[in-house]
Design a protein around this ligand. Structure first.
Ligand code: GN1
Ligand code: MG
Length: 350
């Protein structure tokens, strides 16, 4: 089916003028649809190999956006189909959805200290506002941020060695380093089993490019709501720092550029703690530095497992892309680890 025909199934205003690729997401395909009216739209082809239950996915997003809107917050506006109130269309092969494009917004891959303080407040508020959502959200990807499962998947990738990439000594070396730290990094899962750590409704993909900013650099709202589900507070805290406080790129080939930016850490942490103070437990607060470590570590594990599996999950631009990403995340993990003492002291002072 042509894109134009697919878009025509949705209740958009006006006639389509252009359809262009948008953003840099690694999972779904995203397009901006302009019309001959002031309204433009975001069209997405949902990756249903990853989000296998699209019905559940969309009903989660509908519940989240209507709860946020009822509290007066800005959030995504899903466009229903013309002939039903469904918010996705299946063309026999692919699943599609459309939301309203927020005029005057842009995404960023880098933040300033001011905008990271703002981002900390926004993600904290996001969790605070969703803490009383009246429905139970389903897990759109079961065990998405479960470290024990992610390590298990890495071990399976190693033993299957489907793409014959284990013969590279540097790959084996990275795997060994990761497995040696497995117990430390599964702290959250242990605390949860011991009944000491709660699960809360989290965003679970708080990459810096998953928020919209206005022309003055202020946060408009949080986007990419596919993974909103119960999780540990570390998910939202850690994934933002993993992307925003990295002095290099997620896939930097020059490891000397990769490191942990303490100023971004301090600003984001201050904002996040201010807006989560009413519910954050002392144990959660004290372990936030671990949360930052955990997400660089988990991402390195996920990239490496995908590399070993032959690049079946993340979009790649060249054959070694996932290995390059792994090394960059690993360098970031090491840098966070070097700053752990300083991070703990800062958090204790707040
Ligand atoms: C994916 O779709 P995107 O690019 O926002 C991934 C995240 C990873 C991230 C790594 C559903 O997010 O979990 O942290 O790539 N989303 C999914 O950049 O796996
Ligand atoms: Mg995204």
């Amino acid at each position: 089916m042509e894109l134009q025909e697919i878009i025509g199934k949705f209740a958009i205003n006006g006639n389509i003028t252009t359809v262009e690729p948008l953003g840099s997401g690694l999972i779904n395909d995203t397009y901006r649809v302009k019309t001959d009216t002031p309204d433009s739209y975001v069209l997405q082809r949902i990756n249903h190999h990853i989000f296998t239950d699209v019905e559940l996915l969309q009903s989660n997003i509908e519940a989240v956006t209507s709860h946020l809107r009822a509290k007066g917050a800005r959030t995504l506006i899903l466009v229903p189909l013309r002939d039903s109130d469904k918010t996705f269309f299946f063309d026999g092969e692919n699943y599609w959805r459309i939301s309203l494009y927020v005029n005057g917004s842009h995404t960023c891959d880098a933040v300033t200290p001011e905008s990271s303080y703002d981002a900390g407040r926004s993600f904290g508020e996001f969790e605070a506002m969703l803490s009383d959502i009246p429905v139970t959200l389903g897990e759109t990807i079961p065990d998405f941020h479960n470290m024990e499962l992610r390590l298990q998947q890495l071990k399976e990738a190693v033993s299957d060695d489907r793409a014959e990439r284990m013969k590279r000594p540097e790959v084996k070396e990275l795997v060994d380093k990761m497995l040696a730290l497995a117990d430390d990094m599964c702290l959250a899962e242990r605390l949860y089993r011991e009944g000491k750590l709660p699960k809360r409704v989290c965003h679970c993909d708080t990459k810096v490019n998953n928020m919209l900013f206005d022309d003055e650099g202020k946060v408009i709202c949080v986007i990419d709501l596919d993974t909103v589900m119960p999780g540990f507070v570390f998910s939202d805290y850690g994934d933002f720092l993993r992307t925003a406080a990295n002095t290099g790129a997620e896939d930097d080939t020059e490891l000397s550029r990769v490191g942990f930016n303490m100023e971004i850490f301090r600003c984001f942490t201050r904002g996040f703690i201010e807006t989560t103070a009413s519910f954050l437990t002392p144990l959660e607060k004290e372990n936030l530095p671990y949360g930052a470590q955990r997400f660089a570590f988990m991402q390195a594990v996920r990239f490496l497992a995908d590399y070993i599996n032959g690049d079946t999950y993340y979009k790649v631009r060249y054959p070694e892309h996932n290995l390059v990403r792994t090394k960059a995340q690993w360098r970031l993990f090491e840098s966070i680890t070097e700053h752990l003492g300083e991070m703990k002291a800062f958090i204790a002072s707040l």
